[in-house]
Design a protein around this ligand. Structure first.
Ligand code: FE2
Length: 200
């Protein structure tokens, strides 16, 4: 992906802390902005993994889990309609709607090498790690006759070592993202398989 530097380091207004979209509002935005069903599925899968991680691994309360989920659901919301301005447009939209700055910062930091914004809190680091892996794992599932059924971590690892498979997915980004969190690549792959396999 080409560079989409945001040239900013601060997102949203701290006064809006706690101001979140409802999940219904977020889905409405997604349906309006993203006609492409495959792209919507990608965002729903990332959202499911983010929400599950917050609840199962970070002991998140309802409000915090919703933040993680919203960031996952909306992180690529402007990609289809504004590919050259991704992710500036969705960031500005959420700022206009006075949404919690942590959600906006998280979206801004989901690709540090592309947007020039470093992940800071765990939520930022997890969206970076989950985003690329989620798409990769989905690609690995789609080429199997039984899809996610029986999909093992080791076969995902093997495909990661095959540069021609899903070549657009940056192995360097995956390595970099996982190096920033206290989670092994194997554990994260298993977690993502388990939590995105039934998302539709
Ligand atoms: Fe994504």
């Amino acid at each position: 992906m080409s560079l989409h530097l945001l040239n900013r380091s601060s997102f949203g207004d701290p006064q809006n802390t706690g101001n979140l979209l409802t999940i219904e509002e977020a889905h409405a935005l997604l349906n309006e902005w993203v006609p492409n069903e495959r792209l919507r599925l990608h965002m729903k899968q990332v959202a499911a993994c983010m929400r599950a991680w917050a609840i199962e691994k970070e002991n998140a309360d309802t409000q915090t889990a919703l933040k993680w989920e919203l960031a996952g659901l909306l992180h690529d919301a402007d990609w289809e309609k504004y590919p050259d301005e991704h992710c500036r447009i969705i960031i500005e939209e959420l700022e206009r709607r006075n949404i919690d700055p942590e959600v906006i910062q998280c979206i801004a930091s989901h690709g540090p090498k592309v947007f020039g914004v470093e992940p800071v809190i765990k939520m930022d680091k997890m969206i970076y790690a989950i985003d690329e892996l989620s798409g990769f794992i989905h690609a690995a599932a789609l080429i199997r006759p039984t899809r996610y059924e029986g999909l093992e971590v080791k076969s995902v690892l093997k495909r990661l070592k095959t540069p021609s498979f899903a070549a657009q997915v940056s192995r360097d980004d995956i390595t970099d993202a996982v190096s920033r969190i206290d989670v092994s690549l194997e554990e994260l792959i298993q977690f993502i398989i388990d939590h995105q396999k039934d998302v539709s």
